[in-house]
Design a protein around this ligand. Structure first.
Ligand SMILES: Cc1cc2nc3c(=O)[nH]c(=O)nc-3n(C[C@H](O)[C@H](O)[C@H](O)COP(=O)(O)OP(=O)(O)OC[C@H]3O[C@@H](n4cnc5c(N)ncnc54)[C@H](O)[C@@H]3O)c2cc1C
Length: 334
């Protein structure tokens, strides 16, 4: 876990803050589906590099695409995704379906002009459930195999809801990521820090081992340079760097409650969760354990009957007994 001095931003609970959870939060107008999967655009790979430690058990790459001269240029925001069309056909002889990959670049792209966009892709490698032969995911391995100079067919952008608000400076941000769910936060953190909005930004990144952390060096550097940025990690299969025991991403809510509870109690704060489907439930359960009721309901409206047995909450209850407010942004995938 790396640390930086706490930001000099008031984190006291705001009296009468209840209405904040119902307030509409204006998001930027974004372009979507400029290129459809059946009419993709050709981009060129300009960078492909491992973005974890080289000792990581999995293989995750940061891949950059040159989209200059296409209508994607300058039109792709972090929080959106792009479609990738792998060549070839599936078992039924149809062209491979499009796969979505979250944008990891900031609004200005990697180059500041919006012509280089990026994503974070993890190779899907497994055993076939029935035949126990090697299973290689089609598109993730295609993308990771691409070399600098190779062409790739892209569609999109997709998504208009998982975005930093238009008035970015009006909010503080608590980002939770697991796996490649870090991608949008790379772009968002770079945007927020570059634009010097002075918002308080806390990123919580969960991974099985410290070697799996993506862009770890970048986030540590940013945390050491910007007093308003905190980078907290949660390693689930080994001890933390400070010697404390293994923890999942949601356990950070409890372990770092001294700084996260005041932050969550501030009506400026928004929560973003991106990564493995199901992670949001654990985060909500931990929040229910540490937040006063009035603060919890700023983010999550809980059916009173469910409040008595938080440990038994399950994913089916999401959007029913557990309803997120406008201050929570979710982008989870399996
Ligand atoms: C909005 C969104 C954003 C995303 N962003 C990212 C991102 O930034 N980075 C990223 O890496 N991924 C991301 N994904 C996931 C990505 O779209 C792909 O699903 C992922 O890369 C796997 O695709 P693939 O073609 O490699 O695997 P596929 O060939 O599609 O194989 C995966 C599928 O095969 C099946 N399968 C898995 N294991 C086995 C097995 N052992 N035996 C038999 N069948 C099996 C499963 O049904 C699984 O759905 C995102 C998804 C969404 C919806």
């Amino acid at each position: 876990m790396s640390s930086s001095p706490a930001a000099d931003v008031s984190s006291n609970p705001v009296p009468g803050a209840h209405a904040a959870s119902d307030r509409e939060i204006a998001l930027p107008e974004v372009k979507m589906h400029i290129y459809r999967p059946n009419e993709p655009v050709v981009a060129r790979v300009v960078k492909s590099e491992i973005c974890t430690s080289k000792k990581a058990a999995g293989f995750t790459r940061h891949v950059e695409f040159d989209v200059s001269g296409t209508n994607l240029s300058g039109q792709v925001l972090p929080g959106q995704s792009i479609g990738v069309l792998a060549p070839g056909t599936d078992a039924k002889g149809r062209p491979h379906a499009v796969r979505l990959y979250s944008v990891a670049s900031p609004t200005g792209g990697e180059d500041g002009t919006g012509t280089i966009i990026s994503t974070t892709v993890k190779r899907t490698i497994d055993e076939h459930w029935e035949s126990h032969k090697l299973f290689l995911g089609v598109c993730s391995n295609y993308l990771c195999d691409l070399n600098v100079g190779d062409e790739v067919k892209l569609s999109g952008p997709n998504g208009k809801k998982f975005l930093v608000p238009s008035d970015a400076a009006a909010h503080d941000y608590l980002f939770f990521a697991t796996g490649t769910g870090i991608a949008p936060f790379r772009g968002m953190v770079l945007d927020l820090l570059k634009n010097k909005v002075n918002s308080r930004v806390t990123l919580v990144m969960g991974s099985p081992y410290a070697t799996d952390l993506m862009y770890d060096e970048l986030f540590r550097k940013l945390a050491s340079e910007h007093a308003n940025f905190r980078y907290l990690t949660a390693i689930s299969r080994e001890r933390q760097s400070d010697g404390s025991g293994p923890m999942y991403v949601q356990d950070r809510v409890t372990a770092s409650r001294d700084e996260l509870v005041p932050m969550l109690s501030n009506e400026r704060t928004l929560i973003y969760v991106c990564g493995i489907a199901g992670m949001e439930l654990g985060i909500f359960q931990k929040m229910a354990g540490v937040l006063p009721k009035g603060v919890l309901e700023q983010y999550l409206k809980v059916d009173p009957a469910a409040m008595s047995d938080v440990a038994s909450w399950n994913r089916k209850m999401l959007h029913r007994e557990l309803k997120t407010t406008k201050r929570v942004f979710l982008e989870v995938y399996s």
